[in-house]
Design a protein around this ligand. Sequence first.
Ligand SMILES: [Zn+2]
Ligand SMILES: [Zn+2]
Length: 358
Amino acid sequence: MPDYYEILGVSRDANQDEIKRAFRKLARETHPDNNPADDEAEHRFREVAEAYEVLSDPTRRSSYDRGGAFDPSDLFSSFGGIDEVLSRFFGGFSFGGAQQGPVQGDDIGVSTTITLEEAASGIDRQITFRAKVRCSRCGGSGSAAGVDLVICDRCAGQGSLRVTRQTLLGTTMAIAPCDRCAGRGKIIVEPCLECRGTGSIADEVSVSVSIPPGVDDGARLRLAGRGQAGEPGGRSGDLYVQIGVRADDRFSRHGADLVHRLTLGLSEVTLGTEVAVPTVDGEDTPIDIPAGTQPGTVFKLSRKGMPRLHRRGRGDLLVEVVVVVPTSLDAAAEDALRAYGAATGESPARPKRSRRKH
Ligand SMILES: [Zn+2]
Ligand SMILES: [Zn+2]
């Protein structure tokens, strides 16, 4: 928890007047309009605004004084960004008004599920969804063919206006998007018939998504500019693809390593055997199980696991031996096991009559 008193430069017993005065002074100094493109000032301004939000509210302040025993997310949920902070203190106009041109398109979220093999090899997936796309008739300008856009006379094509506002800090100068052209600087005289001047139409979109080898369940890929089309002149949103990797009963995944549980019988682990274990590449690999292998033994097949995402190399395939103890035996197997027990001096329970029924 930051020291809000220190941020505002006031003592712990400062009264509301002192807090307000300190805030006004600091807010002026760090106001983004006075420090264009200065990230440090923007950060400071946010801090100062946060400090003021807490200390100017008696309930929050006393809670903060008691050791910050409040939920910061609750407190700062309204501080979405510098624009929000500014609009709270400066009455609806925000820093960066000049850049606030046409509305940008929304992001789109889609999801797709792949198998573990596909996650290992990487795969190109065709994903189809409905979205607003740039109108092909007008190229997204929103203007009818052959009819030029005209420069907005209200803002002289700037897209923004300087306005003075009475705010908490007194009279401030702010930049606001032009209300006539909605920040575009240009006006559509005759709208495109296809999109009615919006510059976009709803359509089915098919995007090929390249899913990289080694991708994990729950990963999210971002395809910049493949979301909803924006207003004429505005950027398109982004496309987010949520990747689901289907569980594979042959393997459990631990980062880049895979674990395969290999079930073997008593005679196999005791006498040794050779078996083929599956790999995520689809090819079985033979492994040699030596005589006397204990349950829980792990054999490591180097670099037979998953590829490491965006890096070279792969994880290992760990083969864990599970020994199956039979729960029922036919007569021949039981006789053989009893003979084994007799030979090794073990003393199993006597046969039950019911076992001999078949
Ligand atoms: Zn159009
Ligand atoms: Zn304008």
